[in-house]
Structure formats: structure tokens, C-alpha cells
Ligand binder design. Structure first.
Ligand code: 6GU
Length: 409
């Protein structure tokens, strides 16, 4: 098998060994919240996955990364992965054959030969060791099936036999059949779990759908992601088409600009996805309060406002007194005001959506002060360039001696 993971990736000692032995499915107590496979012609690009909070999650075994060199699946002496585009035009296109082989090996027939098969021993051990926990975390249905079959199906059945022996043979037969069915369901659930979740293929591309916080949240629950990093003018379109016959495939862009390849986009997406996994962020609440977070709280739909720490006064700039007041309601209101101002100023597209979100009187006043009155009429105005959003001098309040940094606009 020509797969080659990259030695020396800074993914933590254990993980390097796991990478070399095969994808780390179910290693370390069998608890892997998310398996991420990355296929690239620049494996070194991903050494930084070993640092920061994500590196720690990898070391704990919560996330398993495997990075694959696409050229391992190119068989000519030069390990060619690109060719000229049919129909002419500039640049080069990535050939389908190495991609096809790579995806067969990494995300091929689930639980069968290929890369997943290689993990048979450690994978099976890991899955059994933590079957209940993994099932409960990711697939509630599976966990329930196993629990009922294993515990009630046997223990409960025996109890009935003792009490009603000979009385109702039909009922006993029905119970036995039910127990057998439960056992089969449990076995099927175990087999599905041993195979792991269906992988999702993500193909980074400036032509893809735009990556959002909502998508990050969705992908954090996917269990297994495969990123296919294209270079040049992209990957022969038949690769995604063929892969979509066996797994969900998405082309995803991280914004309206063009990168030289998918690698930096994958780092961005991986960071956004992995910090949402349980235990990766220090403070579980911080993800919900994020800009774009799915929280239902007062910051929904807004970008975050400014933050401050000690010292209270720095280079003649004071921390807004309200933050020192201990008045939690006033602080929450101030934070919402600031978030509204910043959203209107920096993200008129988001501000335009706020008109549907139930703005109160104060919200409307705050928005009008930055040139947005919070009515549907303003939506048209706000779709223009940012300089069309006026900012008026504020006479906000006595207690609010402002020192919010003003960036040049
Ligand atoms: Cl995902 N890939 C490339 N090459 N360029 C991009 C991008 C992705 N997202 C924005 N620009």
C-alpha cells in the first residue's frame, strides 16, 4: 500500500506513531470525537496542527488527524499529479487517478480493506472499549439499541422464565425472538460503529459554498471528515462526482478571494471546527457567545464588541466605567450596544438581517447613531460600501467615558 503519512508532523509523539501505523481511529481509550484525514501535496503545511488547543486535543485523543501525501498515489517516476486542461486555458488541473486511489484507500468501502482495514486491531479494541460512550455521544440511537439488547434482553428475559415457566410458551417464544432481534441489532450497531461514521468529503475551492459558523458546527458533529486539498486550477471534476456516489461531498470556500491552494483554507476550517468539540475550548460557554455563534442570547446575530482587561487606565485610555460597576444588567446592555454598533459599522450585511430579529427601542437608537435606523428601508442602504454607513458623534451617557479604539475607516 502506497499510503505515506508524514513523519515529523508536530502532532504529539503518540500521534506521530499512530499516523505511521494508520489512522488513529479509536486510539487512547477509544474516544475520538472527530477523525480528520487531509490529502495534500504539501503535508508539511499541517505541522501546526500540533500546537495550541487543537494539539492538546490531539494528545488527549479527542481528535485524530492523518495527513496524506497525494503523490504517494502517483505512480510515474516524477509522481505527477497535474496535467493541462481539456478545452485549453491557463494553468494546470489535478489528475483524477491519484485522487481516486487516495480516496479509495482513505474513505473507501467502510470497514473493509484499505486504510481502515489496517486499523482493524487497534480500531476494534478502541471501539469495544468505549462503545457505549462513543455511541452515546454521537449516535444516540445506536447506544439505545445496544443498551436494551445487552441488559434487558438477557437479564429481563431470564427473570420472566423463572416466574412463568411453562405457563405461556408462546409469549416466551416471542420474547426469545425479540431478544434475538435485539442481539442482531446490537451486533449491527457494533459493526456500524467499528466501521466508523460515514466520512464527509470537503473539497476546498474558491468556487465552493461559503464556510460559516453554522457549517463549522455541523461538521464538528460529523465524526469523520476528509479534506482534499487542490492546487493549481483545481481537481478534475470527476473526482468529486465519483466520490459523491459513496459519501457526502461539499465544495467549500472560506471567502471571496483566491488562495494558491486549499491548504490554508483547510487549516482555517479545521481550527473553526475543532474548537467546537467538547473539551477543546477552555470555557464551554465561549463558543456560544462567539461572533456568529448559534447562541440564543442577547448577542445572537451580532459580532462581538470590544473587550478590556487590566490596567484600568493605559496610555491615557480608561476602561469604560460601566464594566467596573458590578451592575450586570448595565454591563449586558452596554455589551449589546457595542455589539450592535460594531455589527452595523463592520458588517452591514449582518445588521440588515437584524431587522427581523426583534430589535427593541434602545437597539434602534443605538443603530440609528451609526447611520442605521433598523428599518427594512435601511437594508438597501446597507448593501453599499462601508463608507456609506455614517457614524455620528455620540453623547451617549455620563457614565460611559468611551475609549473604544477607533480604527481608520
Ligand atoms: Cl477553500 N481554496 C482556494 N484555493 N482559494 C480560496 C478558498 C479555498 N476559499 C477562498 N479562496
Amino acid at each position: 500500500m502506497s499510503r505515506r503519512s508524514t513523519p515529523g508532523l508536530g502532532l504529539g509523539r503518540g500521534r506521530v506513531a499512530d499516523l505511521e501505523a494508520g489512522p488513529a481511529l479509536g486510539t487512547k481509550e477509544g474516544l475520538v470525537a472527530l477523525r480528520i484525514d487531509i490529502i495534500t501535496i504539501f503535508p508539511e503545511y499541517f505541522t501546526m496542527l500540533g500546537v495550541s488547543l487543537i494539539g492538546k486535543a490531539v494528545q488527549r485523543g479527542d481528535i485524530a488527524f492523518s495527513v496524506y501525501d497525494l503523490r504517494s498515489w502517483a505512480h510515474d517516476p516524477h509522481r505527477t499529479v497535474d496535467d493541462t486542461p481539456f478545452g485549453g486555458g491557463p494553468g494546470m488541473v489535478m489528475k483524477p487517478e491519484p485522487w481516486g486511489e487516495a480516496l479509495d484507500a482513505i474513505a473507501g468501502v467502510r470497514g473493509a480493506a484499505g486504510v481502515q482495514g489496517e486499523t482493524g486491531v487497534s480500531g476494534a479494541a478502541g471501539v469495544q472499549g468505549a462503545a457505549g460512550v462513543r455511541g452515546a455521544a454521537r449516535v444516540p440511537g445506536e447506544a439505545r439499541v445496544r443498551g436494551e439488547a445487552g441488559v434487558q434482553g438477557t437479564a429481563g428475559g431470564e427473570g420472566e422464565v423463572d416466574r412463568d415457566a411453562g405457563a405461556e410458551p408462546e409469549r416466551l417464544a416471542a420474547e426469545a425472538a425479540e431478544a434475538a432481534e435485539d442481539a442482531m441489532a446490537a451486533e449491527a450497531a457494533m459493526a456500524a460503529e467499528a466501521a466508523g461514521p460515514v466520512p464527509q468529503l470537503i473539497v476546498p475551492s474558491p468556487a465552493g459554498v461559503v464556510f460559516t459558523q453554522a457549517m463549522a458546527t455541523e461538521l464538528a458533529g460529523a465524526g469523520h471528515l476528509v479534506f482534499a486539498c487542490g492546487r493549481y486550477e483545481g481537481i478534475d471534476a470527476r473526482v468529486a462526482e465519483h466520490a459523491s456516489g459513496r459519501m457526502p461531498v461539499r465544495e467549500v470556500s472560506i471567502g471571496d478571494y483566491v488562495l494558491g491552494g486549499g491548504e490554508p483554507a483547510v487549516l482555517v476550517m479545521v481550527e473553526a471546527i475543532c474548537r467546537l468539540l467538547p473539551g477543546v475550548l477552555g470555557n464551554a460557554e465561549s463558543a456560544a457567545d462567539d461572533s456568529f455563534g448559534a447562541g440564543t442570547g442577547p448577542m445572537r446575530g451580532l459580532v462581538e464588541g470590544p473587550v478590556f482587561t487590566r490596567p484600568r487606565s493605559w496610555r491615557g485610555l480608561d476602561v469604560p466605567p460601566v464594566l467596573l460597576s458590578g451592575d450586570h444588567a448595565a454591563i449586558a446592555r452596554w455589551r449589546r450596544d457595542e455589539a450592535l454598533r460594531r455589527t452595523a459599522r463592520n458588517r452591514p450585511d449582518l445588521a440588515a438581517r437584524l431587522v427581523d430579529e426583534g430589535l427593541d427601542e434602545r437597539d434602534r437608537r443605538v443603530l440609528s447613531e451609526v447611520g442605521f435606523a433598523g428599518t427594512i428601508d435601511d437594508v438597501a442602504n446597507l448593501t453599499g460600501p462601508p463608507q456609506r454607513v455614517r457614524r455620528r458623534a455620540r453623547d451617549d451617557s455620563k457614565d460611559d467615558k468611551r475609549c473604544t479604539p477607533r480604527l481608520p475607516r
